[in-house]
Design a protein. Structure first.
Length: 348
């Protein structure tokens, strides 16, 4: 009788269960840092439990959001600078939730790679935990998928899922009216949208990721990996103080396409482009690519990452509150009775 072939293991097929288990143990302290009222169990179960009553809600409405980091990951992978993309992932989800008037409650992540590098994965997930801490959101679960043959060596992908809540009747937008004031909150740079164009522009410039940054200190790659700003805590303070009628997270589509999403039919906005100085990264990109202002404004945030639509008699107090919370605030303009976005002044 012929000898049986030697038994093959899952690890020999490219999936290391032990490495996955080691990662879970490594990230447990990071996840524990994010605990908040409502969390009922730690990592490791088949599902994650959250108690809405324990979080202080009596008649809650749930709000959910999901997103990724996009091709900004390509820069992180190519430079090995992966520490900030976890914050990006959280920000892209929770900054959307707060625009509905919701408080982010918990977060789950999905990390996929061809070959699990425990150190790289842990660094990324520790960044996710940091983003959760900064936004008052608990990291209560996730999935690490090791899929040989699906991703080239060293590559990975990220997705995030967040759930928030608000009391029934508190949803935004609500009450937007002609004459409402637009308060813009400064961005940290490009954030996490438009990176397919960013990477093309860097290629056109002839610079490498490790080249001196032409619009600031340090290396170009590191500058372009500046994490997305988290607006949750400041925005929630503003909402709870009264007078906020809407919020718009300025992501893909820029001011041009995101602001109309929170306006009633028949209303628009007038924006003074001289109300803020265009950050150097955007001036540099526009110069390299010969990009027209209209294209910049519908592709990038151009220095404004979140906009609050406020009652005129509350604008001054809200501006002071937001500044006290650490935000740089610009009075961008106002709501008008003409549909669309009208720009005045000069961007470049």
């Amino acid at each position: 009788m012929a000898d049986k072939p030697n038994g093959i293991t899952y690890a020999e097929a490219g999936v290391d269960i032990d490495a996955g288990n080691a990662l879970v143990e490594r990230i447990k302290p990071a996840a524990k840092r994010t605990n908040r009222p409502g969390v009922m169990a730690g990592l490791g179960g088949f599902g994650a439990l959250f108690d809405l009553k324990g979080a202080g809600y009596s008649d809650p409405v749930l709000v959910a959001a999901t997103d990724g980091v996009g091709t900004k990951l390509r820069i992180a992978i190519d430079t090995g600078n992966v520490g900030g993309v976890g914050i990006d992932l959280v920000a892209m989800c929770v900054n959307d939730l707060v625009c509905q008037g919701a408080e982010p409650l918990f977060f789950l992540d999905y990390f996929a790679t061809g070959k699990l590098d425990t150190e790289v994965a842990a660094t990324i997930i520790e960044g996710i935990a940091e983003g959760c801490v900064l936004s008052g959101c608990a990291l209560i679960g996730g999935e690490t998928a090791e899929m040989p043959g699906m991703y080239p060596e060293g590559d990975f992908d990220l997705a995030g899922f967040s759930v928030g809540a608000m009391e029934r009747g508190a949803a935004l937008p609500e009450g937007v009216a002609v004459g409402d004031v637009l308060l813009g909150l400064a961005s940290n740079g490009v954030h996490s949208n438009g990176y397919s164009l960013v990477r093309r522009l860097v290629q056109m410039s002839g610079l490498g990721w490790d080249a001196d940054c032409p619009f600031g200190g340090g290396a170009l790659g590191a500058a372009l990996l500046t994490p997305t700003r988290l607006y949750v805590r400041a925005a929630l303070e503003a909402i709870r103080s009264g007078g906020v009628h809407a919020l718009a997270h300025i992501t893909g589509g820029g001011l041009t396409e995101n602001l109309p999403r929170v306006l009633p039919d028949g209303m628009g906005v007038r924006i003074d482009l001289d109300a803020w100085d265009l950050p150097g990264v955007f001036s540099w990109m526009a110069g390299v690519g010969g990009i027209e202002p209209a294209e910049m404004l519908k592709t990038f945030n151009c220095g404004v990452g979140m906009v609050l639509v406020c009652a005129p008699d509350r604008a001054e107090a809200l501006e002071a509150l937001l500044k006290e919370a650490g935000e740089t605030v610009y009075r961008l303009g106002s709501v008008t009775d003409a549909s669309g976005v009208t720009y005045e002044g000069s961007l470049l």
